[in-house]
Design a protein around this ligand. Structure first.
Ligand SMILES: Nc1ncnc2c1ncn2[C@@H]1O[C@H](COP(=O)(O)OP(=O)(O)OP(=O)(O)O)[C@@H](O)[C@H]1O
Length: 270
């Protein structure tokens, strides 16, 4: 379990020298192909800050995100949760699940199409045994309010609302357990251009009002710039450059970062 000495100003989650090697299905049965998806990655994230993780498709961003939220084990290296090595016990996983939640790219696939929004939002509270039934119902209404959806959204299915509204529901679900950190993996890429900025602004507002930490993952360096305090640039599984957003944009040290900066005029509009 997390150390009693953890201080809210300390990193909630920290990766130290993490490697992930996937066994790809494209290899043969006798000689499966190995994909070194994450190569010696060290990162940390605290409450109240946004860490942007940027790089081209396939560079290992999602695998890194999955390590952070406990969905993917590191092949090598250390994952520290609130200052202590993350164990494999059910209690540790549960604690991590409450503290670090995730928003995926496509809310159409991330939400259960047969579950009413109300049930989608109450589910994590049920699973974690939080509050009485009446308190859970109240919490669900509060969550909807936090993400700017009306109470009428409670009794609809995901397909009955827009893509932007679905992503708001996914964000509400990520907030249900009162996390310290939300890992948002390309949270606006599947949305209409017209609602991307609204969802980004919502994440920014929630970060400010709840003191959340955010890990914002995108292939789009301009979107990352818009929301991040610090940026880590990823290429071929490795972090090739980190710095404050200001440093990365005014003095990029790596050719790869310069290429990303030059290659993407304004992906918020793309
Ligand atoms: N479960 C898996 N099994 C085998 N290979 C995988 C698996 N998941 C990812 N990979 C491979 O690992 C590498 C990194 O993938 P990852 O999804 O982490 O990158 P990404 O930067 O998030 O890309 P994208 O934005 O396209 O999702 C890629 O080569 C990918 O094909």
């Amino acid at each position: 379990m997390p150390a009693a000495t953890w201080n809210p100003a300390d990193p909630v989650i920290e990766l130290r020298g993490v490697h992930v090697i996937h066994t790809s299905r494209t290899g043969s049965l006798f000689k499966p192909e190995k994909v070194h998806a994450v190569n010696d990655v060290s990162l940390s994230v605290r409450r109240g800050e946004t860490l942007g993780l940027v790089g081209e498709s396939g560079c290992g961003k999602s695998t890194t995100a999955r390590v952070m939220v406990g969905l993917q084990a590191a092949t090598r290296g250390e994952v520290l949760f609130k200052g202590r090595p993350l164990g494999r016990s059910a209690a540790d996983r549960r604690e991590l699940g409450r503290s670090v939640s995730v928003v995926f790219q496509d809310p159409a696939t991330a939400l259960n199409p047969r579950m009413l929004i109300r049930d989608t939002l109450i589910d994590p509270l049920n699973v974690h045994g939080i509050g009485s039934q009446a308190e859970r119902e109240g919490r669900v209404r509060d969550l909807l309010h936090l993400v700017g959806l009306p109470p009428s959204a409670l009794n609809v299915l995901p397909r009955q609302i827009s893509g932007g509204q679905r992503q708001r529901v996914a964000i509400a679900r990520a907030l249900a357990l009162g996390p310290d950190i939300i890992v948002a993996d390309e949270p606006t890429s599947a949305l209409d251009v017209s609602v991307r900025a609204q969802v980004l602004n919502l994440l920014q507002d929630l970060k400010a009002s709840l003191g959340l930490g955010l890990v914002f993952i995108s292939h789009d360096i301009n979107t990352v710039r818009y929301v991040s305090d610090r940026i880590a640039v990823m290429n071929s599984g490795s972090i090739v450059e980190t710095g404050t957003t200001e440093e990365i944009f005014s003095h990029p040290n790596q050719d790869y970062t310069r290429t990303l900066l030059g290659a993407v005029p304004s992906l918020l509009q793309a």
